[in-house]
Design a protein around this ligand. Sequence first.
Ligand SMILES: [Zn+2]
Length: 108
Amino acid sequence: MHELAIAESVVSTVLERTGGRVSVVRLRVGRMSGVVPDALVFCFELAAAGTALAGATLEIEEQAGLAHCRDCDTDFSMRDAFLLCDCGSADVELLSGRELQVTSVEVV
Ligand SMILES: [Zn+2]
C-alpha cells in the first residue's frame, strides 16, 4: 500500500530528527500527489504503533493543485487529476500539488 510506505518514512524521519517526543506531526499533502489523507492517517497510526511516536496525531493540510497553461499563459487551480486547461490545451505545467512534506512537529 502506497500510504503505508509513506507513513513509515514519515515516522522514521520524525523519530530520527526528534527522538520521538512528539505529540503532533503536520504534513502538507498535494491533491495531485495521489495520497488519500484518511488512509495516510490510518497508516500513520499503524506505523507509529510500538515506536516512540505511538499516540502522536498526524494532521494533514491539503494543498490544492496549481497549473500553468503554456498556450493561453494563465495559471489555474486544478479541480481534478486531469492536466487540462479551460482553453482546451493540454500543454500544461504543474506548479504545485504534488507536495508531500512534513511542515512542523509539536514536541511534547
Ligand atoms: Zn489554456
